[in-house]
Design a protein around this ligand. Structure first.
Ligand code: TRP
Ligand code: SF4
Length: 404
């Protein structure tokens, strides 16, 4: 039996830093939840990535992984729709990482901005390790092993996806050649079937003659959404669009999250390392306490001083949580000193309490049933491994290594 081509795929990962906060929720998770209904999605907990900076004490990893999974499930990631798993449960990532390491110039890794930045920022740790240098390449393997088309990530990860594209290009260039490629590709075009093969030829010509990237993208969709062709033919057809080699590893695209900016309690970006967070499952009493103490417009010292919402982090919360009427009331009251800051915060406090209460409730089912969480990720790892093995098989074959 020959495997057939999958639909458009999304993949993303998150390091298991422990319980997630509202910045993680609005910055990434909510987006993942909506993507799961539009694409075939793979989401994983990147425990190996955690080791690249936290190799000294690994004892808390299991609990941190568990906490992240519970937050995912509470947020609405649906294991019946998306594939949820833990990176280290799919050792295929490691084999691809090793194979890619053979063809990756050191300069590519040294040039990734996060390499030097993180070493500077985490001075207390010795990050002059092989694993830390390889961090972005491990990420490339994570993405390429699923032949993901889209990778939803924040700005800070764009350089990693960019390097992944370079890796894929280099791999295809080195190993995607076959002696009678043109002939085989022409035959594959025919196997698309009458109308589709005509459309494919038209779109290919359009791209090759005038560099029309929209035509290229449409042709790719035509190929990847066809479920009757073999994987080998799909790879030929994708490669034939642009040149003379098989596309074994397709180049992924960043799916930039148009995320709401979640301010931390001190007004800086919400981040665990700043200690300014509100947890997705924070105790309601704590939420109230933290928000009441939250930073406001520093110019508003006394109740009688008018303020400027644009200089106040609470205003960013109003943008997320409040309706137009409440926002108008807050903005007007602030500028005229008609309301005090505590008054202004109250509608936000109510909404955040309501939100964390809902999340806590949904998390409870999973907290009380660790066996359920275990079975969800076990099933996820099985599904992920099936997909990963298919790619690895093709990779091994292309490199003249043992294929299963
Ligand atoms: N590096 C990512 C982060 O720190 C996590 C990650 C690991 C990832 N592998 C990935 C994200 C693959 C997207 C795709 O957030
Ligand atoms: Fe911020 Fe509201 Fe206080 Fe104005 S009134 S400074 S918007 S908390």
């Amino acid at each position: 039996m020959s495997a057939t081509a999958p639909a458009r795929r999304v993949l993303s990962g998150m390091r298991p830093t422990g319980r997630l906060h509202l910045g993680n929720y609005y910055g990434a998770l909510k987006n993942w939840v909506s993507l799961q209904y539009e694409y075939e999605c793979f989401f994983f907990v990147a425990d190996w990535h955690m080791l690249t900076t936290g190799y000294e004490d690994t004892s808390k990893l299991p609990a941190q992984i568990h906490d992240v999974l519970i937050d995912w499930l509470a947020a609405g990631l649906n294991p019946g729709v998306a594939t949820l798993f833990i990176q280290s449960h799919v050792p295929e990532h490691a084999e691809l990482h090793l194979l890619l390491s053979m063809i990756t110039p050191l300069g590519w890794l040294e040039r990734v901005p996060s390499y030097k930045d993180q070493q500077e920022q985490l001075k207390e740790k010795d990050l002059a390790t092989y694993g830390f240098l390889g961090y972005p390449l491990l990420q490339s393997a994570d993405i390429l092993i699923y032949r993901a088309n889209f990778v939803p990530v924040g700005e800070d990860q764009v350089a990693h996806v960019e390097m992944t594209r370079e890796c894929a290009r280099r791999f295809n260039h080195l190993y995607g050649r076959e002696p009678d490629f043109e002939e085989k590709a022409e035959r594959a075009v025919k196997s698309l079937g009458g109308r589709n093969s005509t459309t494919y030829k038209q779109l290919r010509r359009k791209f090759q003659e005038s560099g029309d990237t929209e035509a290229l993208e449409r042709a790719r969709v035509l190929v990847t959404s066809n479920s009757r062709i073999t994987v080998a033919d799909r790879d030929r057809l994708l490669g034939f669009l642009e040149g003379g080699a098989v596309t074994i590893l397709p180049e992924p695209h960043v799916l930039l999250t148009a995320a709401a900016k979640v301010p931390g309690l001190d007004g800086r970006k919400m981040s665990k390392s700043y200690g300014n967070t509100i947890g997705m499952r924070e105790e309601p009493d704590q939420v109230v306490k933290k928000l009441r103490a939250m930073q406001t417009d520093p110019a508003r010292v006394r109740r009688t001083d008018p303020g400027d919402p644009e200089k106040c982090p609470v205003w960013d919360l109003h943008k997320i949580y409040s309706d137009d009427a409440t926002r108008a009331w807050a903005s007007e009251g602030c500028r005229t000193a008609g309301i005090g800051c505590l008054e202004c915060k109250q509608p936000v406090i109510d909404k955040v309490v309501e939100e964390v209460t809902g999340l806590r409730k949904r998390a409870q089912e999973f907290e009380e049933n660790p066996e359920l969480v275990r079975s969800i990720v076990a099933e996820g790892a099985d599904k992920a491994r099936d997909a990963a093995r298919q790619t690895l098989d093709e990779v091994r074959r292309a490199m003249h290594l043992r294929a299963e």
